[in-house]
Design a protein around this ligand. Structure first.
Ligand code: FAD
Length: 397
C-alpha cells in the first residue's frame, strides 16, 4: 500500500470528489499521486433527500457506489481518519495506518448530532417522528406525510449551523401541498419552529418566503429550539431562546432537523478553530496555521450557508491555489462566499436563492429568482442531479 501522496484528500463527499476531479483534470502530473481517504461505500447526492421525503423519488436513486465516483487516476484509501499530525505532514487512520502528504485537503462534512435532542434517537422512524437528514429514515418522512390525518404537523430548525439551511422548511411546503391533495389540509395545523430569528437571512428571499407562509397559512415560532421528544406521548418540548422557558407542544407529525456540529476528530485536532470547524482563510481557503492544508465544504468555518452549491464555487479556488502553491506563485484565487439554496415551495414551485458573504443576491438566471417558478422546480429535480453526477463530480462544471 502506498503511504505517501502529493495530495491527500480527507472525505469522498461532494467537496473531496470535486477537488480531486478538478486537480486531476488541470494537472496531469498528479495522476497516481492523489489519495482520497473515505470510509463508506456509497456517495449520496443529499439534495434529493428533500424530494424523497416528499414522496417524489425512491431514496435508492440518490446514492452511487463510491468506486464509481472516485476518479480512476486517484487511489481510494478505504479508512476513517482518526487524527492529524500537521507538523509531520501526516494523518493516522482508525486502523492505525499512517499516510504522509505534501498537500492536504480536508473535507469530511458536518456531523449530525442525533443525541443532541433528548429522546429523539429512540423515536426517530416511528411515532410519526421523521427526518430528511437521515438516509436510513428519509422514506419515513413520506410515510408520515402520506398517512397524516390532521392535527399539529411540526417542522423544526435547530440552533446550530445545518447543511442546507433551506431544507428544514422545504419539506414543510411539500407536506402542506400533500395535505391539500389528500384532503386533510383543513384539519391540519402546520407549525414551523425555528431557533433562527426569521425564515431566511437574505432579505430578498425572506420577503418572498414570508408571502409563501402567509398564503399557506403556516404558523411560525422563531427563537424556539427543540430539546426533547416524547415519542409515544406525541409531545415535543422546546426551549424559548429569549426567556429560557420550556414549551410543550402536541404533534401528530414531527419533522426534525437535528443539531449539527463539526466532526469530533476535527474538533480534537490542531486544524480546528475555537468552535471546532476547520480554520481556513475565508477567501483563499488555505488553513490559517498550516500553509499546505486547505479546507472546504460543510466542515470548514467559512461564514456562509453550508451547501453543495457553495462547494461548486469553493473547489476551483482550492485547486487553483494548491497548484499556485506547488509552483511557488502567490495565491490569487478567491472565494466570495457564494452559496445557493433551491427552496422548493410546493410540488412544482421553487425559489432559487443565490447569495454571497454579504448576504447580497448573486443570481445566475436572467430573471427574478425570488419569484416561485415551475421551471426552477424541474431544474432542481432533473437538471441539477445530472449536472452533479456528470459534470461537478467529474471536474467539468
Ligand atoms: P459530505 O458530502 O457530507 O461528505 C463528507 C464525506 O466525508 C463523507 O463521504 C464521509 O463519509 C467522509 N468522512 C467523514 N468522516 C470522515 C473521516 N473521519 N475520515 C474520512 N472520511 C470521513 N446542498 C445544495 O447545494 N442544495 C440543496 O438543495 C441541498 N439540499 C440538502 C437537503 C438535505 C436534506 C441535506 C441533508 C443536504 C442538502 N444539501 C444541499 C447540502 C449538501 O448535501 C452538503 O452541503 C454537501 O454534501 C456537503 O459536502 P461535503 O463534501 O462537505 O460533505
Amino acid at each position: 500500500m502506498k503511504k505517501h501522496y502529493t495530495v491527500l484528500i480527507i472525505g469522498g463527499g461532494t467537496a473531496g470528489i470535486m477537488v480531486a476531479a478538478r486537480l486531476l483534470r488541470s494537472f496531469k502530473m498528479l495522476h497516481g499521486n492523489i489519495g482520497i481517504v473515505e470510509p463508506t461505500d456509497v456517495h449520496y447526492y443529499q439534495p434529493l433527500w428533500t424530494l424523497v421525503g416528499g414522496g417524489v423519488l425512491d431514496k435508492k436513486k440518490t446514492g452511487r457506489n463510491m468506486r464509481t465516483v472516485i476518479p480512476k487516476e486517484a487511489d481510494w484509501i478505504k479508512a476513517r481518519v482518526e487524527s492529524f499530525s500537521p507538523y509531520q505532514n501526516s494523518i493516522t487512520t482508525l486502523d492505525k495506518n499512517i499516510f504522509t502528504y505534501d498537500y492536504l485537503v480536508v473535507a469530511p462534512g458536518i456531523q449530525v448530532n442525533w443525541n443532541g435532542i433528548k429522546g429523539l434517537r429512540e423515536t426517530l422512524g416511528k411515532n410519526n417522528v421523521c427526518s430528511n437528514y437521515s438516509y436510513e429514515h428519509v422514506h419515513y418522512t413520506w410515510e408520515t406525510i402520506r398517512t397524516f390525518k390532521g392535527g399539529n404537523a411540526i417542522f423544526t430548525h435547530p440552533n446550530t449551523p445545518v447543511k442546507c439551511g433551506g431544507a428544514p422548511q422545504k419539506i414543510m411546503y411539500l407536506a402542506e401541498d400533500a395535505f391539500h391533495k389528500s384532503g386533510v389540509r383543513k384539519q391540519s395545523n402546520i407549525i414551523f419552529e425555528s431557533a433562527n430569528p426569521a425564515i431566511f437571512d437574505v432579505e430578498k428571499y425572506r420577503k418572498s418566503l414570508e408571502k409563501v407562509i402567509e398564503r399557506k397559512g403556516i404558523n411560525t415560532y422563531f427563537r424556539e429550539h427543540l430539546i426533547e421528544v416524547e415519542g409515544e406521548k406525541k409531545q415535543a418540548i422546546f426551549e424559548d431562546l429569549e426567556t429560557g422557558c420550556r414549551i410543550k407542544k402536541n404533534f401528530q407529525m414531527l419533522h426534525v432537523t437535528p443539531p449539527m456540529e463539526a466532526p469530533t476528530f476535527i474538533k480534537n485536532s490542531l486544524l480546528a478553530d475555537e468552535k471546532g470547524w476547520i480554520d481556513v482563510h475565508k477567501y483563499t481557503l488555505q488553513h490559517k496555521s498550516f500553509s499546505n492544508i486547505f479546507g472546504l465544504g460543510d466542515a470548514s468555518n467559512l461564514p456562509t450557508s453550508k451547501t453543495g452549491a457553495a462547494i461548486r464555487k469553493q473547489a476551483p479556488v482550492v485547486v487553483k491555489n494548491i497548484i499556485d502553491l506547488m509552483q511557488g506563485r502567490p495565491l490569487e484565487a478567491q472565494y466570495d462566499g457564494y452559496s445557493s439554496c433551491p427552496i422548493v415551495t410546493g410540488y412544482n414551485k421553487l425559489v432559487l436563492a443565490e447569495f454571497d458573504y454579504n448576504k447580497q443576491p448573486k443570481e445566475t438566471m436572467p430573471f427574478n429568482q425570488a419569484i416561485e417558478r415551475r421551471s426552477m422546480y424541474y431544474f432542481k429535480k432533473y437538471l441539477l442531479p445530472m449536472m452533479y453526477w456528470r459534470g461537478m463530480l467529474k471536474g467539468r462544471l
